[in-house]
Design a protein around this ligand. Structure first.
Ligand code: SAM
Ligand code: SF4
Ligand code: SF4
Length: 341
């Protein structure tokens, strides 16, 4: 491993890599893959376009040489990709990787799958669950998927030794904000950590409006009106969630305030799409094709050089810029289901 770690133009290192394994999903969350746009005729990526597990591992190895320590598998729905545990095993074998995590809707998270992933080297899991009320959740995932089955997936992850589990809830005013306190109540004392996420203007298809965002400050107030909570210091510099703990010892909740308190200053994340394009920001409109280089026979050193070039020129700080005028910036952006959050 080289010690020549890289920083971008704003002095931010490259520490995290989010890897999207597929653009497909079995849910149609209205804020991410609305049915009107992701219907029966939607053209998903053909299989041959997707990076193979070997290609992903090859690229990940180069990212680790440049400073990446954490890998997160995402999608689309990553568990749709068959034998994901084989990829996890390959990634866990890369010297320098300190943490492998997975973000999933948990619909396919059987005990056997959770155990296989844990045994292959998965360290952590984040489960998305946008409501604890069945009707609210079914409407949000828009395929009628019940809360009980997601809870079963969470229990399976716990039984496989993946606890504590982070549970992400994207809050949209007028859609699921009435579930903030019930969600907190459900997971209080469970050892799992609910993280309330401000609804973001990712992609072009969700019709985002600022008045649908419930600021984290308001989420904190609603929870504090019910139980005493206090802020907790971050686990590490650049942690995106602000942490709060219940003073009675019943655990923690987190706030991810991407809209009201953007965290671009510490953003050390790169994103790799399922077809091998590198994005240096969640809100980027174009990616850098790494798959074509790989398939044209580029060596790992050549890919390392290309990555150095790309990262050293990086100036992205979309959320900070957008907040100043609070309107979505009018550029063509990539979809969340394509790049994985
Ligand atoms: N399908 C998996 C899942 O839902 O966990 C992984 C991919 S999903 C795109 C990753 C995360 O992005 C989920 O927690 C989802 O709720 C979040 N997300 C999607 N669109 C979002 C938006 N517009 N604002 C905030 N979070 C969003
Ligand atoms: Fe699928 Fe996740 Fe997007 Fe929902 S948030 S549509 S589960 S990719
Ligand atoms: Fe990072 Fe871009 Fe998000 Fe800012 S807007 S935190 S640079 S991904």
């Amino acid at each position: 491993m080289t010690d020549e770690l890289i920083v971008d133009r704003l002095d931010r290192p490259l520490r995290d890599l989010r890897i999207s394994l597929t653009d497909r999903c079995n849910f149609r969350c209205s804020y991410c893959m609305p049915k009107a746009l992701f219907g029966a005729n939607h053209a998903f990526m053909p299989r041959r376009e997707l990076l193979s597990f070997e290609e992903i591992t090859q690229l990940a190895r180069v990212f680790v040489r440049l400073g990446v320590r954490k890998l997160r598998l995402t999608g689309g729905e990553p568990l749709i990709r068959r034998d994901i545990e084989l990829l996890i095993e390959q990634l866990a074998g890369i010297e320098g990787v300190e943490d492998i995590s997975l973000t999933t809707n948990a619909s396919l998270l059987t005990l056997e799958k959770a155990q296989r992933m844990k045994d292959a080297g998965l360290n952590r899991i984040t489960v998305s669950l946008d409501g604890i009320d069945d009707a609210v959740f079914k409407a949000m995932n828009d395929v009628g998927f019940p809360v009980a089955q997601v809870l079963e997936g969470i229990a399976n992850a716990e039984a496989a030794g993946l606890a504590p589990i982070k549970i992400n809830m994207v809050v949209q005013r007028g859609v699921n904000d009435q579930d903030i306190v019930p969600m907190a109540a459900h997971f209080r004392g469970s050892g799992h950590i609910v993280r309330f996420i401000e609804y973001m203007d990712v992609g072009n298809s969700n019709g985002w409006r600022l008045d649908q965002v419930v600021p984290s400050k308001e989420v904190v107030e609603r929870i504090a009106a019910k139980w005493a909570i206090e802020p907790v210091a971050p686990n590490y510099r650049g942690e995106v969630a602000e942490r709060y703990r219940y003073t009675d010892g019943s655990g923690e909740v987190g706030m991810i305030s991407s809209v009201t308190q953007p965290f671009c200053g510490d953003c050390s994340r790169a994103r790799l799409s399922a077809e091998g394009k590198l994005y240096t920001c969640l809100f980027a409109s174009a990616g850098h094709d790494l798959r074509d280089r790989l398939r044209a026979g580029a060596s790992e050193n050549e890919i390392e050089d290309a990555l150095r070039q790309i990262w050293s020129k990086r100036v992205d700080r979309y959320s900070e810029v957008r907040t100043h005028d609070t309107k979505p910036i009018d550029t063509r952006k990539i979809e969340m289901s394509y790049i994985g959050g």
